[in-house]
Write a protein that binds this ligand. Structure first.
Ligand code: OGA
Ligand code: MN
Length: 195
């Protein structure tokens, strides 16, 4: 897939620490990812892993997740893009990323995710975060915006979770939150790790 896209992401990570890309992939990939994401039977209630023990705390976070699997059709195409990006970032920025993990997430009406960092103190193995959205015709009234803050907790971006939007940011630099969603909201969150 497009080297230009990899270049843009790498350049922005160096310059700003994050990037928001609209119209990321072709429509056939979007359509098949969306179709897969809408099959809800395999999703599980998401946990918070701020300690070693994963637990479910629905005062901080309410969504359902489904981990992507390399061996399965449409997911593997998305994972190929991400693994290509991982290799590109390693070659160009020497990040030494060893692994990419990602999950589909569903936020039902009223679901949210409190302000948090993806990389936890003393456990800094998530280096770069990706979030990709699969919501066609998302309106302002649907809520569910991703708010991104800087290191001083000043709001720097409000991202509408619109279909085919990809957000990439340094996991330990940007606190972020998901505002309550008023409609069913589909996304794929992922993390490049050093283990
Ligand atoms: C996460 C997360 C953001 C989003 O899963 O850690 O911050 O917009 N998701 O879904
Ligand atoms: Mn997050």
């Amino acid at each position: 897939m497009s080297i230009k896209l990899y270049e843009d992401i790498a350049d922005s990570l160096v310059k700003d620490g994050y990037i928001i890309i609209r119209n990321t992939f072709n429509s056939s990939l979007i359509n098949s990812l969306t179709k897969f994401a809408q099959d809800e039977k395999n999703y599980k209630i998401a946990g918070i892993s701020s300690t070693k023990n994963l637990h479910v705390d629905n005062s901080k976070r309410r969504d359902r997740t489904l981990w992507l699997d390399e061996d399965s059709g449409v997911q593997s195409e998305y994972l190929e893009f991400c693994n290509g990006l991982r290799e590109y970032l390693n070659r160009s920025l020497y990040l030494g990323l060893t692994f990419y993990e990602s999950h589909f997430a569903i936020y039902d009406k009223g679901d949210f995710y409190e302000k948090h960092l993806d990389s936890f103190r003393g456990e800094k193995n998530r280096i770069v975060t990706t979030v990709f959205y699969l919501n066609k015709d998302w309106d302002k009234e649907d809520g569910g915006e991703l708010l991104i803050y800087d290191e001083n907790d000043a709001l720097i971006e409000t991202v509408i979770p619109n279909e085919n939007t990809l957000v990439v940011f340094l996991s330990d630099k940007f606190p972020h939150e998901v505002l309550p969603s008023m409609s069913k909201r589909h996304s794929i969150a992922g993390w490049f790790r050093v283990d």
